[in-house]
Design a protein around this ligand. Sequence first.
Ligand SMILES: Cc1cc2nc3c(=O)[nH]c(=O)nc-3n(C[C@H](O)[C@H](O)[C@H](O)COP(=O)(O)OP(=O)(O)OC[C@H]3O[C@@H](n4cnc5c(N)ncnc54)[C@H](O)[C@@H]3O)c2cc1C
Ligand code: FES
Length: 280
Amino acid sequence: MFEILLNEKLNPTVSRMVVQAPLVAAKAEPGQFIILRVDDEGERIPLTVAEYDREAGTVTIIYQLVGGTTIRLAQKAKGEYLADFAGPLGTPSHTAGLKKVAVVGGGVGCAIAYPVAKRLHEQGCTVHSIIGFRCKDLVILEREFDAVSDVVKKMSDDGTWSAKGLVTDALKQLIESGETYDEVIAIGPLIMMKFVCKLTAQFGIKTMVSMNPIMIDGTGMCGCCRLSVGGETKFACVDGPDFDGHLVDFDEAMQRCAMYREFEAHERERACNLFTKEVI
Ligand SMILES: Cc1cc2nc3c(=O)[nH]c(=O)nc-3n(C[C@H](O)[C@H](O)[C@H](O)COP(=O)(O)OP(=O)(O)OC[C@H]3O[C@@H](n4cnc5c(N)ncnc54)[C@H](O)[C@@H]3O)c2cc1C
Ligand code: FES
């Protein structure tokens, strides 16, 4: 059992949880994830390690409330326990040797991008961060990105926060103004990563993306998280989650992500009903 030390809202749909998990904290690296179960009957869901404190033995996860399990997770209070918290899983993000990188985060993808930006900054790399949200109310980790970036471009789709526009608009402006990058790292919705890759392909800039397909075991056994990358089948849980974005078949990944939509809608409804009853 894994004790919850903090569970707080960052915005109406995203929460941050700190969990006592010393074995995970001891080994976690940016880009890796855990698989948790809220209780013994819960489903397994993967969430990225947003931060870790090796001394305190704690791991932070940042999660968006999108369905049954994440809604149940948000109902947990400080002092309660999670049934499982397995990890760290996946291959850490490659950051060694990079001198100047544009880190692009979209929505809750910023929670996955932040530890990578932080690690690059700690290594002395110049970090240009571009973070984008649909609107002001959904902004997360603004201060954190400010602290680890040399330049931060802040974008909102509707113009209610900072500059109006998409993250690709800001990235294009930076590149066209003469900025050059060893690499672009893009993490967010599939559609965002697809369009970042289309843009960077035009300029010949290597681009890594973090793929989040449906996962079950997280250890390369079930094949559920398979993706086509450069015409080969890869398992995101062990070969990734980071891949060369110019080789990823995003259209296939989007189709696979939608496979369980009906079942997920049912579970979301069940969790919402449970939540409403408990609140009453
Ligand atoms: C490696 C990895 C890292 C991730 N890191 C984060 C993170 O840091 N923060 C965050 O908010 N989300 C993250 N996700 C997505 C997160 O796992 C899903 O939002 C979560 O599983 C939703 O579960 P649910 O029951 O609440 O929603 P559901 O209604 O079950 O699903 C909503 C959507 O979540 C995705 N999803 C559902 N089940 C899984 C599963 N077992 N594996 C992967 N995706 C699933 C699907 O796209 C689905 O359409 C990550 C996913 C992966 C694969
Ligand atoms: S989640 Fe089963 S192989 Fe990746």
